[in-house]
Design a protein around this ligand. Structure first.
Ligand code: MIC
Ligand code: SF4
Length: 635
């Protein structure tokens, strides 16, 4: 078996025969994580399930997204998460401790374990051989309660790495290369598994940069083997006892890709998609207004020490604002101990909190129409907080060079890549993580509102199309984030006014006036974040069904969990025959969901065939009007 199959077969909730790709499987989950922007809902749902103590080996609640605190709302959410975590047995990582994925990698991720997190970049932990998935909050709540996590048995794409990175090429360029080859849809339905002699040339944080951005390929997960480099990382973190050697038995994959690391050059993803990749040398000279270094993709001690070495003794361009957000307190402490922090500050960097920060639009929005170079993982339109900003994604080296020169330059202009020698041991200090004692009362401030619940399906549906959108609609389109909106992540009624605002200013108003309806989408509908708000807010606005050419994995699971019916066009041409305002009738919908692969939709003279691509379990969930209703009835 390959590594993915090995871990899955050891965690199947029933039987031990590996099903074929595409069949639904239940996976036992060893660890869970949440962050604060999705965590409040996950814990409200967990409470609604009435389970006393989490049943996982380890569950951690991180505070890293909503850290501005410009009103009482964030503080309310944090307090709620802290008290609910204490009562039910979840570790609580306080604001300032770092970004969930970076801290989880350093402190808790384990080779061979399964992890789900209410954040799409949870597969970062694949950098140390853990099989990790991003999921909606409700799926995380179910896993905390001891339930299995259901996915389609993935295909496994084997990426063979040969050789060693040369010159200024970095781990970020490896994943950008893969994005340029496969596109944001190329990983759908697959786990990306890395193997080959090139693997050992990459440290765990470098591997984690690559597994992190597997999310941008649409992949179910990404994973590296656990080898001597994994042991080295665990030792640095004082966790050698967590090491097991974990390699594929054989390298048999559903698809094979080869990357020669020697041929990788510095790359950059251009606006507005992570797969719009060009060579840095091809866009040299482009003027840059802002540089942001950090995020769960590129904020390790290696990355930031390299940045400090590049900046040392220089002053950044007068036209550039440079921010650096270390991934964790552990990273920040070491930067400070080594003097690297002083070099960054002296060069003109603004040091931000150890948190997601600008990556999720929490401050630092670029100027109107500005160019921002970021070491992050997403450059979707508007995500930075400035609708017309031009966001480029690149490695820490390319970003640091851009900050110095005020324009995009090939970092080779800086001479040779500086050598970074990391300490054998990091200064470990878990003082900002609170161990639960199962005590105390749960505190819910006024920002925390209840979660909308879906309705059971009726047999005939007659609804108006209230929005028609194109391909690759992201969850940032459906339910934007950013400093003004993120504080209301536990207040669905308030959030609803921002739904689809990027695509259509009037959407929420119209949805309310019509009493809900149907959304029509193109391919890869719902790519990006795991936020279940992108399903719960439409549910609140009365959306009954989404008809699309295809769906992104986490989002379609969230729609089903919310009780919104996902249907796909049997013939893509039919997409062109539906318009906003079209009234669609589906007779026999309930019977169709019960036992058919198709239903027919009628409008005007037309009759089109729609596919119901649901497992037996998902059909039952949809019929009940969502996973909460279903779980309550099947307790
Ligand atoms: C993101 O990067 O978009 C987020 C914010 O981390 C999301 C989660 C969220 O919307 O809260 C994600 O990737 O899942
Ligand atoms: Fe945070 Fe950005 Fe990573 Fe999402 S992608 S978890 S917002 S750092």
């Amino acid at each position: 078996m390959n590594l993915t199959q090995k871990i899955i077969s050891a965690h199947l909730s029933s039987g031990n025969e590996l099903p074929l790709p595409g069949e639904e499987i239940g996976i036992k989950i060893d660890q869970t994580l949440t962050q604060d922007a999705t965590g409040t809902l996950a814990y409200l749902e967990f409470e609604a399930m009435g389970v006393d103590r989490v049943k996982t080996e380890l569950s951690v609640a991180y505070i890293d997204h909503n850290t501005l605190g410009s009103g009482y709302e964030n503080a309310d959410d944090h307090r709620y998460i802290q008290t609910v975590a204490r009562k039910h047995g979840i570790r609580y990582s306080k604001q300032g401790n770092g970004i969930c994925h970076q801290v989880h990698l350093e402190r808790y991720g384990k080779p061979g374990k399964t992890l789900i997190g209410s954040d799409s970049h949870t597969p970062t932990a694949g950098g140390l051989g853990s099989l990790a998935f991003g999921a909606g909050g409700l799926d995380v709540a179910v896993a905390m309660g001891g339930g299995a996590y259901y996915i389609k048995m993935p295909k496994v794409i084997g990426v063979e790495l040969v050789g060693k990175l040369q010159g200024w090429a970095q781990a970020k360029d490896v994943i950008l290369e893969l994005l340029s080859r496969l596109s944001v849809k190329g990983g759908v339905g697959s786990v990306i598994e890395y193997y080959g002699e090139g693997v050992k040339t990459l440290s765990v944080p470098e591997r984690a940069t690559i597994t992190n951005m597997g999310a941008e390929l649409g992949a179910t997960s990404s994973i590296f083997p656990s080898d001597e480099r994994t042991l080295e990382f665990l030792k640095q973190n004082g966790r050698e006892e967590d090491y097991i050697c974990l390699l594929a038995d054989d390298n048999t994959y559903d698809q094979n890709i080869k990357i020669d690391l020697r041929e990788i050059v510095p790359l950059i993803a251009c606006p507005h998609s992570p797969d719009n990749v060009k060579k840095v040398s091809d866009i040299e000279g482009l003027k840059v207004d802002q540089v942001c270094i950090g995020s769960c993709t590129n904020s390790s001690l290696y990355d930031l020490t390299l940045v400090a070495k590049i900046l040392k003794g220089k002053t950044i361009s007068p036209d550039v604002s440079l921010s650096i957000s270390p991934g964790s307190r552990q990273v920040l402490v070491k930067l400070s101990e080594s003097g690297a922090l002083a070099d960054m500050i002296a060069a003109g960097a603004r040091i931000l909190e150890c948190a997601c920060g600008p990556c999720i639009g929490m401050g630092n929005s670029p100027k109107y129409g500005g160019v921002s170079v970021r070491t992050f993982n997403r450059n979707f339109e508007g995500r930075s907080g400035t609708a017309n900003a031009q966001v480029y994604l690149a490695s820490p080296a390319v970003a640091a060079a851009a900050a110095i020169y005020g324009k995009i330059v090939d970092p080779k202009i800086l001479g040779d890549l500086p050598e970074v020698i990391l300490p054998e041991k990091f200064t470990v200090n878990d003082g900002m993580t609170i161990i639960p004692d199962f005590k105390g009362e749960v505190e819910k401030g006024p920002n925390i509102k209840s979660v909308p619940i879906g309705k059971p399906i009726e047999n005939n549906l007659s609804e108006k199309v209230i929005l028609k959108v194109g391909d690759n609609i992201t969850t940032d389109h459906i339910m934007p984030a950013g400093a003004k909106i993120l504080p209301y992540r536990s207040n669905i009624p308030y959030l609803s006014q921002f739904c689809f605002k990027v695509c259509d200013e009037k959407f929420a108003e119209r949805a309310k006036a019509e009493g809900g309806g149907i959304i029509v989408g193109g391919e890869n509908y719902g790519q990006g974040s795991s936020r279940e708000h992108a399903a719960l807010v439409p549910l609140y606005l009365g959306v009954r069904a989404v008809i699309a050419k295809s769906f992104a994995r986490i989002h379609v699971a969230n729609l089903i969990n919310a009780g919104i019916i996902p249907l796909t066009f049997d013939s893509f041409d039919d997409y062109d025959s539906i318009f906003e305002g079209t009234v669609i009738e589906i007779r026999g919908l309930k019977e169709g969901i019960e036992n058919s692969e198709f239903v027919y939709a009628n409008f005007g003279e037309k009759k089109i065939k729609l596919k119901i691509d649901l497992s037996e379990r998902q059909r039952k969930i949809i019929l009940k009007g969502g996973l909460l209703n279903y779980t309550k009835e099947n307790k």
